[in-house]
Design a protein around this ligand. Sequence first.
Ligand code: C2E
Ligand code: CA
Ligand code: CA
Length: 510
Amino acid sequence: MPLKAKIRSRRAKVAVTLLSGLLPVVLGAAILYVQAGRALKHSTEVIAEEAILQFDLMLDNTAQAARELLPLAGQKCAEVNLALREQVTRRPFVRSTNLVWDNNLYCSSLFGKFEEKVNPGDYTQGALWLMNGNPVTPNTALLVYRLSEGKKGALTTLDGYHLSNVLRLIGRKTLLLLQVGPDWMSADGMVHTGAPPVPPIASTRLTSEHYAFAVEAGFPRGEIWRYMSSEYPPLFSLLLFFGVIAGSIGHFLQKRSLAPTQEMQRALHASEFIPYFQPVVHGNDESWSGAEVLMRWKHPKEGLVRPDLFIPFAEHSGLIVPMTRSLMRQTAALLGPQSATLRKPFHIGINITASHCRDLALIKDCREFLDAFEPGSIHLVLELTERELIEPTPITLQLFEQLRELGVKIAIDDFGTGHSSLGYLRQFNVDFLKIDQSFVAMIGVDTLSSHILDSIIELAVKLDLALVAEGVETREQSEYLRAHQVNFLQGYLFGKPMPGAEFISALSDH
Ligand code: C2E
Ligand code: CA
Ligand code: CA
């Protein structure tokens, strides 16, 4: 593998591991964020309700004082002064009481006889006015309650100190405001005029059902993260734990899926895939007509590995193409020099898969292979398993056409186990059918399988195709097949797959 590709694939692996680890953490954190937002909203709702309750209670006292004093309005100040002061003393939260006649404040619990114009327009809904102070205490806020009936009027005031106390004690960590008409008060006791600020997080606004005021509660920016970091540390640890688990699983899965391919890549470079040769004999005299090349993995630790264990991975990863190329080169190097001694034409079977049929590279490999032998000394037979049928695309048809021009033969391997049709056999110019060993094994055992075998043989004769029987292990099987004109036989009875050197020395004996 080129170095750049290796670095890229390592980066991709790290990225996938990180992503799979981060995903549960990010998702979990998002869920906790939403949950924290809900919890804060609930707490501002509770706080706003509580504040409304407290302010209503205070105003109830002020309103009660005004109600009791209203009938006295119009009487001389000296006569009612005591009653005014009595209300201040008796009623909690009431700071001062005043009587009004025809919109003129004429008597006060603080100063006695007094003169001041009253403008009903200053009062929200004619009843409440939040002020920054009055001539007596200029910088102490107060809330004035106004009650009037005809020319009679009573004004009772509530000390701003009580109001800011409520805002501070109930509000705690929230931003809590009291709003009366255009004026509003914050927990520091200051009264401002204009639109009150809307708290950025979980803001809740509630209006009193009894008096003309509203409260606004909320949290400053960043409160959700502060809340999460103080309330959720155990959940965060759990999230991190899940993240680590998910990351490890991601890492492990990648390692597992990449491991066989990487290992085979290494083995290919180390030339660990080697050819074994199994003889194929003539049906009539059992002389060697050729050999099938079977791949073996000479693993440094595992020993000799059977192809069924690694060929599927090789096909899946596309490595089968370079592996077959290496096998063909090794075979050519071994048998090429023996050209002169081979019984002509000597069949050399190479197993190919669908991956080989996607482009025309196989042509070059076959030409190179054939060039290693004396002209006309061998027949190269490509074995294509029937279990994996090849799509007749323009490329594959062109490939098989050019192979034919090169003199390469085609055999359908494991014949009888798949479902190739007559058209298929014709389209790819098939020369041999290799009867699957499962049918051969049933000779003399299972009559149905023998029938299928007979039909295959009949079909091959009709189509003028040569037949090779695989997995011939007994004399009985061999007799049967020969009696049914099967041209070539292959199996342990004649020879097991063997390493190159052994095969070459056995060749001279046959
Ligand atoms: P296959 O092409 O059908 O190969 C024949 C298999 O039958 C070989 O198994 C061979 O050792 C086994 N065999 C031969 N005679 C007998 C017998 O008398 N009795 C029994 N029980 N078995 C016999 P092997 O070598 O283990 O190969 C298994 C399969 O792996 C092959 O089946 C073939 O599909 C695949 N394979 C092997 N080499 C290659 C290769 O180079 N390329 C590809 N694509 N596939 C290969
Ligand atoms: Ca085969
Ligand atoms: Ca086979």
